[in-house]
Write a protein that binds this ligand. Structure first.
Ligand code: DAH
Length: 329
């Protein structure tokens, strides 16, 4: 057994003396010093050794182990480690950084873009008008007389005696017709302002889409088929919509477009907006010949369209900038 030990010692020393680079040193470590190495298996000789031999053998094995480990360490220092050693700064520049938080298009803007697309396919161009308006465009040219309740200062955000934040996008009808000879086919999408008390379906600022089509021989059939096409393109073939007779100073006859929707668990008809055949007085105000030209107009609430589309139960959620809400769309 002592002989075996001497043999192992000679073999190991010879092997170590032949080591000339880091990979060879690593192989030596595995062969002799590793958990499955020759030194480890030599430890099993102990249990077969006679009681007199045991202490000597144990001592010898330990000595050999220490010796080999010492020499291994020395060689390791001169040859370096086989495993690549990390040098340089402690920061790993190859590690991916924190991804930037991506923003997204606001749900109302998404709906606006889609409305532009749907009406664009039906031939409507997009027109724009100012949010700060004068009474002439917000009321007078739209056939809304001075005594009309809609002009009550308490129902409007007046900035001075004759200027106010527009209460409706119908103002853009006037601005477009003032500048463009007929025929006209436009939609205009933007903000309107009314001092309404905020609740689940009312806000003092909201968005409307206005539509205007002027040509010869335009009829109520054109209006109804345009709105139905929109409703089915936007809400699907099964969308339930209806036109209900109504009154607006700038259209004759007038109607309201209703859609069936569920708000806070209650299913009911909700008004999306108004529409009708352009009143001859409006054509006169903009210098169109009412004997020759006919047209229809409509104005719908964009928030209500979005609420119906996505089942949103409260108009106020659009404006709270809560990303938990906004990131769903
Ligand atoms: N401007 C109206 C409102 O805000 C909606 C409206 C009704 C617009 C009839 C129209 C229309 O163009 O023809 O309540």
């Amino acid at each position: 057994m002592v002989q075996q030990l001497e043999q192992l010692e000679a073999e190991a020393k010879a092997a170590l003396s032949e080591v000339s680079d880091a990979p060879a040193l690593e192989r030596f470590r595995i062969d002799y010093l590793g958990p499955k190495g020759k030194l480890k298996s030599a430890m099993s000789w102990l249990k077969d050794a006679s009681p007199e031999d045991k202490p000597k053998l144990g001592q010898g094995l330990n000595q050999l182990k220490q010796q080999l480990e010492g020499e291994f360490k020395q060689k390791q220092e001169t040859l370096g480690d086989a495993k690549p050693r990390v040098t340089g700064p402690a920061i790993d520049v190859t590690e991916p950084g924190d991804p930037p938080r991506m923003g997204r298009v606001h749900v109302l803007r998404q709906v606006i873009d889609e409305l532009i697309e749907v009406f664009g396919r039906m031939g409507f161009d997009v027109a724009e008008g100012p949010e700060l308006e004068d009474e002439q465009h917000n009321f007078v040219d739209l056939n809304i007389p001075p005594e009309h309740p809609a002009r009550d200062p308490l129902d409007n955000f007046y900035l001075d005696a004759t200027h106010l934040l527009r209460t409706q996008t119908s103002t853009v009808q006037i601005r477009v017709m003032e500048q463009t000879p007929p025929p006209v086919r436009i939609v205009s999408l933007g903000r309107v302002y009314r001092p309404d008390t905020h609740d689940a379906t009312h806000s003092s600022m909201f968005h409307q889409i206005e539509g205007l089509y002027v040509n010869e021989k335009v009829t109520m059939v054109d209006l109804k088929s345009t709105l139905m096409q929109f409703a089915h393109a936007f809400f699907g073939k099964d969308a339930e919509v209806r036109l209900r007779p109504s009154y607006f100073p700038f259209t004759e006859p007038s109607a309201e477009l209703d859609i069936k929707m569920t708000v806070r668990g209650k299913t009911e008809w909700v008004e999306l907006g108004g529409c009708g055949m352009v009143d001859p007085n409006v054509f006169e105000a903009v210098g169109y010949d009412p004997e020759k030209w006919t047209g229809f107009a409509f104005g719908l609430g964009i928030e209500r369209i979005a609420m119906k589309r996505y089942g949103i139960g409260d108009i106020r959620w659009f404006y709270e900038n809560d990303t938990r809400f906004l990131s769903q769309f």
